[in-house]
Structures are given as structure tokens and as C-alpha cells.
Design a protein. Sequence first.
Length: 70
Amino acid sequence: MGEFSLSHILILLFIFLIFFGPSKLPQLGQSLGKAIRGFKEGLNELNLEAKDVSPHQASQQSQDNTKSQT
């Protein structure tokens, strides 16, 4: 019941075609691609920032955070 077959996908594509029209579908695909690309770039930036923090800096930051909370 939870699996998509080829017929399900074709029905969804047909509904999207009727709802958005043939001229809007390429624009919709481009905007979706840009959004996914931006999301991936954001994740990569977070990973790079996490790798840039050395263990000593991370422990120093956690100590500073606990001092500021008290």
C-alpha cells in the first residue's frame, strides 16, 4: 500500500500537468532544483564549520556556554 508503482507516478505527473500547465512545469522543476542545491550547500557549510572546530575549541566553547548560563 505504501509503495509507488509506475502507474501511480504517471497519474501524479498527469495531475501536476493539469494543475500547473505545461509552461509552468519547467519553472517549477528549476525552482525545486535550486532549493535542493541550496539546502545541500547549507549542509556542507555546517559540516565544514563543525570540522574546523578543534576538540580543544569545542570544549572551551562548551565551558564558556555553561559559565554564561549560570
